[in-house]
Design a protein around this ligand. Structure first.
Ligand SMILES: [Zn+2]
Length: 276
C-alpha cells in the first residue's frame, strides 16, 4: 500500500474543516488546480459531525472532481477517538501526547501506531508542545522542542509524520513569527520522516514558500485562516446585500462564504507550484 505521505511524496497543505460546505469549498479550490489535498477535522469537529456521512461525501465528491482527498484527525489525545477515526475510514490520525513526559508520549504513540498499522492508516505525532496564542509564551524556549527529545522520539516510535515546536503557534500570531528554520534541516539529518508544520495560518507567502523549500516539510496545517475566510464571507455578504432587506437570501451568504474559503485555499495551493 502506497503511503500518501512519505519521504518521496508531494507536499500538501492540510485545511481544517468542520462541515460538508466548508469541505466542499476547499475541495473545489483543489480540483480547479488539479491538486490533491488533506482535509483535517479537529476533535471538536469530529465529535459534532456525522462522520459516516461526512466521510462518504468527501470521498464521493473528490472522486467526482478527480482529485485525491485524504481525511486526517488533528490533535487527538485519546485512543478511543483514534480508534473511531480508523474504523470510519480516516486516512491518517494525529496522536498528540506532547503534554506528557517523553517516555509516556513514546508509549502512547506506539500504541496508536500498532492500532493504525492494522488498517494502513498513517500516524502523526508531536514532540514539544506547539503553543497557542492564548498561552502567551514568555520565552522563545517555551515553544521550541529540544533536538535530543526529537532524536529520542523518532528513534523509539514508528510514525509516518512528525510535528515538533519550531516557533509556529496555533491561532493568530502576535508580531513577527520567530521560526527556527535550521531545526527543519537538523531534523532531516536525523530522520527522513516527513515533517509537519502546525500553525500555518498567518504566515506570509514568503515564509510558507521558504518552509516548502525544505524537502522534508510535507504538510502545512491551515486552520485559523479557514475560519477567518468563513467569517469574511459572512461579513462581505452582509455588507453587500444587507440582512434587513426583505429580499434577504441565505443562498447569497452561503455562496459568499464558499467563494471566500475557496479563494483563500487557492492562494495557499498555488504556493505548491503545482498549478495547471
Ligand atoms: Zn496543530
Amino acid at each position: 500500500m502506497v503511503k500518501y505521505i512519505s519521504s518521496n511524496s508531494p507536499q500538501y497543505f492540510a485545511f481544517n474543516v468542520w462541515s460538508i460546505p466548508s469541505a466542499k469549498a476547499v475541495m473545489d479550490a483543489a480540483s480547479q488546480l488539479k491538486c490533491d489535498i488533506i482535509l483535517q477535522t479537529s476533535m471538536k469537529a469530529f465529535q459534532q459531525l456525522d462522520i459516516e456521512e461526512f466521510h462518504a461525501y468527501v470521498k464521493s465528491y473528490s472522486q467526482k472532481k478527480k482529485i485525491n482527498t485524504y481525511l486526517h484527525l488533528d490533535h487527538c489525545r485519546t485512543l478511543d477517538w483514534i480508534h473511531t477515526a480508523i474504523e470510519y475510514g480516516w486516512d491518517s490520525v494525529m496522536i498528540d501526547a506532547s503534554d506528557k513526559p517523553l517516555d509516556e508520549n513514546i508509549r502512547l504513540t506506539n500504541e496508536v501506531a500498532d492500532l493504525a498499522a492494522r488498517k494502513g492508516v498513517l500516524v502523526e505525532a508531536e514532540v514539544g508542545q506547539i503553543r497557542g496564542q492564548e498561552d502567551e509564551i514568555s520565552s522563545v524556549e517555551a515553544g521550541i522542542a529540544r533536538m535530543e527529545d526529537i532524536d529520542r522520539f523518532v528513534k523509539n516510535t514508528r510514525i509516518d509524520m512528525l510535528a515538533a515546536a519550531i516557533g509556529t503557534v496555533h491561532g493568530q500570531y502576535k508580531g513577527v513569527p520567530n521560526l527556527h528554520y535550521q531545526m527543519i534541516s537538523e531534523i532531516n539529518e536525523i530522520t527522513d520522516i516527513p515533517f509537519v508544520i502546525h500553525g500555518g495560518s498567518g504566515l506570509s507567502d514568503e515564509i510558507l514558500s521558504r518552509l516548502l523549500s525544505y524537502r522534508n516539510v510535507k504538510k502545512i496545517n491551515i486552520s485559523t485562516e479557514v475560519k477567518l475566510a468563513y467569517k469574511c464571507g459572512i461579513e462581505e455578504s452582509i455588507c453587500k446585500n444587507g440582512v434587513e432587506k426583505s429580499g434577504f437570501d441565505p443562498l447569497v451568504i452561503n455562496s459568499q462564504i464558499h467563494t471566500s474559503i475557496q479563494n483563500m485555499t487557492t492562494n495557499k495551493l498555488r504556493l505548491l507550484g503545482r498549478t495547471s
